[in-house]
Design a protein around this ligand. Structure first.
Ligand SMILES: NC(=O)c1ccc[n+]([C@@H]2O[C@H](COP(=O)([O-])OP(=O)(O)OC[C@H]3O[C@@H](n4cnc5c(N)ncnc54)[C@H](OP(=O)(O)O)[C@@H]3O)[C@@H](O)[C@H]2O)c1
Length: 194
């Protein structure tokens, strides 16, 4: 199925995820791809995701952008969990009432960042901070890029929050994958006190 969109403008295209999304749109080949960057003199301005996103939304409205894809790319937390997820939830509320067509994409944890939850590839060590049978959905950066491209082609993604997943495995099952790939048995630490 084709897409009604011709040009995509990617804010933060030099970032980890932005690069993967830019690459996926370029590989698709059917879009005019533009990367929106901060001016070099503003590179040290760290005024936070919420303010940055709100100014992007205002600019998108002013220029009659046809679809705004939120930069959230997490798990779609409600308010009250962490300050960063509160900001994302606040922005989602702004986006949903903005009148612009939108999509929020939830890929779970980025697979490249599994180290954040205790998988230490260098030392072949896994620390489990919770029940090792807990299922967790994760997606690689290149796959998030491809899902983002596809979201412009399917009607279900219009004005919607969509979940995507490259894998849904338990913490133990991710460990098995790491052991398979590294060809060795890993040390496991159970740390339930966090
Ligand atoms: N689910 C997960 O596991 C997970 C993991 C990591 C990140 N995330 C989320 O994914 C999204 C993208 O994260 P990322 O890691 O790709 O970000 P990143 O690598 O830090 O890239 C952010 C880009 O945004 C631009 N930018 C504009 N204003 C900025 C500012 N005030 N401070 C910092 N950068 C600014 C920069 O590009 P220019 O300098 O070219 O303007 C920068 O390269 C975020 O919403 C993040 O919370 C999710």
């Amino acid at each position: 199925m084709g897409s009604q969109f011709k040009t995509v403008t990617i804010a933060g295209g030099t970032g980890a995820l932005g690069y993967a999304i830019s690459e996926a749109f370029l590989n698709d080949g059917s879009y005019n791809v533009k990367i929106l960057r901060r001016k070099p003199e503003n590179e040290n301005d760290c005024y936070g995701l919420l303010r940055y996103s709100i100014s992007l939304l205002a600019a998108a409205k002013e220029t009659s952008v046809k679809r705004f894809i939120s930069s959230e790319f997490g798990v779609g937390y409600k308010r009250g969990i962490l300050p960063v997820s509160d900001d994302k939830a606040k922005f989602r509320e702004e986006l949903e009432k903005s009148g612009l067509e939108y999509t929020c994409i939830y890929p779970g944890l980025f697979q490249e960042y599994l180290c954040w939850i205790g998988y230490d590839v260098e030392n072949k060590k896994a620390t489990f901070f919770g029940d090792s049978n807990t299922k967790l959905f994760t997606t690689s950066l290149p796959d998030i890029g491809k899902y983002t491209v596809e979201s412009l082609k399917i009607s279900e993604a219009r004005n919607a929050r969509i979940n995507v997943a490259g894998a849904t495995l338990s913490l133990n099952e991710y460990l098995e994958k790491f052991e398979e790939i590294t060809g060795s048995k890993w040390e496991v630490i159970e740390d339930r006190d966090v």
